[in-house]
Design a protein around this ligand. Structure first.
Ligand code: NI
Length: 168
């Protein structure tokens, strides 16, 4: 396994739209293993392939306290959203140190394959539901800060660019 480099906002590659996975092979399973290792190392609850510059519809997540319940979503589609929505604080491994409120459906049903191509439907609520919606946005090239006001977003952009300059 290997740690992957996570793209940081406002990297333009975070806005690429992912295409469906068509081949369920060892290469895909290696990518899934590397993404899980990268997510756990970064102490994140979810990671989309887009964030590691692979533009395929693939997401990994683990919202368990014990960090031992990995979920792999290949070609995920949300089949149902709850009417009830709630605003909660979100963060993102691609926007380190920034947390802000985003409104999401409280529960969703998602149909997706696992890394072996087995399709199943999962129901998610609470943090897991938020995570599924957040990660699936990444696959569409959308970062959570795009839900915030232009003023806030510009402040975040400036802060990120400054931090990246200092790191370089
Ligand atoms: Ni994210």
């Amino acid at each position: 396994m290997a740690l992957l480099n996570i793209l940081c906002y406002p990297d333009s590659r975070l806005h690429k739209v992912a295409t469906p996975v068509t081949t369920f092979d060892e290469k895909l399973r290696k990518l899934v293993a590397d993404m899980l290792e990268t997510m756990y190392e970064a102490q994140g609850v979810g990671l989309a392939a887009t964030q590691v510059d692979v533009h395929q519809r693939l997401v990994v997540l683990d919202t368990s306290e014990e960090r031992n319940q990995a979920t792999v979503l290949v070609n995920p589609e949300i089949t149902w959203y709850s009417e009830e929505r709630v605003k909660g604080e979100e963060g993102c491994l691609s926007v380190p140190g920034i947390y802000d409120g985003v409104e999401r459906a409280v529960a969703v049903k998602v149909k997706a394959a696992d890394e072996h191509g087995q399709v199943r439907e999962l129901e998610a609520e609470g943090l897991m539901a938020v995570c599924v919606q957040h990660e699936m946005d990444h696959l569409m090239g959308k970062v959570f800060v795009e839900y915030l006001s232009p003023l806030k977003r510009n402040r975040i952009k400036t802060k990120m660019l400054k931090a990246q300059k200092e790191d370089a």
